[in-house]
Structure formats: C-alpha cells, structure tokens
Design a protein around this ligand. Structure first.
Ligand SMILES: *[C@@H]1O[C@H](CO)[C@@H](O)[C@H](O)[C@H]1NC(C)=O
Ligand SMILES: *[C@@H]1O[C@H](CO)[C@@H](O)[C@H](O)[C@H]1NC(C)=O
Length: 193
C-alpha cells in the first residue's frame, strides 16, 4: 500500500509538472520565436562588460563547493587528476565576501590534467539582481594553476541569448591553510543582442 501511495504521488506530481510546463512552454516558445524573427532585421549586437568577484569556500565551514568525486590516483598526484567538485558560489559587486550579491556561479570543475594542473570549468553565472536579473551566461573552458585565466563564454539565456565572449579570471586570494576561501575577480566581455 505504501508503495502504491508513493507511485500515485509521483504520478500526480509528474502530471502536474507536465501541465505546468505545457502552459508556460507555449508562451515561452512564442516569445523565443518572435525574438528569433527580429534578429536579422533590426537587432544589433552589442558588447557588455561585467565585473564582479567570485567567492568560494572549499574547506572549513559553510562550504560553497563540495568534492563529489575522485579517482584512486587523485591523492597521489600533485595535479589532483580525477577530482570533481560542484559549486554554488556567490558573485558579489565588491571583493569583500559581505559585498552585495549579484548572482551565483553554479557548475562543476574537474582536474583534467595529468602532468600539469588543467582544470575544466563548466559553469553558469546566474544573475539575481540588477539589469541582468534572471539572465545567465554559460562558461566552458580551462584554467591552469596560474593566477590568471581565460575562459570562453559559449552562450546564455534571457538578455544573453546567443551570447559569446571571454571571461578573464584573476585569482585574488587562495588560502588553503587559514580560511579555505578563494576569491576570484572576473572581467567579462560579452557580445549579445
Ligand atoms: C556559517 O554560517 C553560519 C550561519 O549562517 C554563520 O553563523 C557562521 O558565521 C558561518 N561561518 C563561516 C565560517 O562563514
Ligand atoms: C529578480 O527577479 C526575480 C524574478 O523575476 C524577482 O522575484 C526578484 O525580486 C528580482 N530580484 C531583484 C533583486 O531585483
């Protein structure tokens, strides 16, 4: 009986979710379609520059990034090859952790280099305030152990539909011993409509 109840509950939830998705999908599809039709005629691309700070607590309390996977060799290699972490890191206007939050960096990174540190970054910058609230940018790229890195912006949503660009990362703080915090300054140049 208990199992049946669970099955019914799940079926109801799926049915509800599908109905909700169905309604909003139609409106959304129409809006996206109209947006695409406008592109060739009167939409011009523009360049937007963004500047913010990324805060990660990778050790200690209140983690914003969690290690979810590692290989048997990971801890034997200085390059941490095989390590995978998932993050939900605040993005703030200023460099202080208490500075106003403007979004989150959600995604994962994996240590993908065997002989030298090579980190695959797969993340979305999700904006939660200001003129870009509700829009997101998708980053897919590689950084090394160096303090500076460049990653491609390969797309986006909302005002950043069909976006492309470059994200420059500048490691401002990386403290394994005392705080377990990393602070990265980001400068983005984005081409979008
Ligand atoms: C962790 O979060 C709690 C509750 O929000 C807070 O009181 C504490 O100061 C935080 N600790 C750190 C190290 O940020
Ligand atoms: C961002 O947008 C959401 C959804 O539209 C809204 O609920 C929220 O209040 C907005 N936040 C800010 C800071 O404007």
């Amino acid at each position: 009986m208990e199992k049946l109840g669970v099955v019914i509950a799940i079926t109801l939830m799926v049915g509800m979710a599908m109905r909700i998705a169905h309604c909003s999908n139609e409106d959304q599809a129409k809006e996206v379609d109209e947006w695409f039709q406008k592109i060739p005629m009167n939409a011009k691309e523009k360049v937007t520059k963004l500047h913010f700070f990324f805060h990660e607590r990778f050790a200690g309390n209140n983690l914003t990034a969690v290690r979810v996977g590692r290989a048997t060799v990971t801890d034997t290699l200085a390059t941490q090859f095989g390590l995978v972490s998932i993050m939900d890191d605040p993005l703030t206007e200023g460099s202080e952790p208490t500075s106003k939050e403007i979004g989150r960096a959600q995604g994962l990174y994996s240590f993908s280099g065997q002989d030298e540190v090579g980190i695959l970054m797969v993340m979305n910058f999700v904006f939660t305030s200001g003129e870009f609230n509700g829009s997101s940018l998708t980053i897919l790229g590689r950084v090394s152990g160096a303090p500076h890195g460049e990653m491609p912006i390969i797309g986006g949503s909302g005002v950043f539909r069909l976006a492309r660009g470059v994200a420059l990362a500048d490691m401002r703080e990386f403290d394994i011993i005392k705080t377990g915090h990393a602070i990265v300054e980001y400068n983005l140049e984005v081409i979008h409509y």
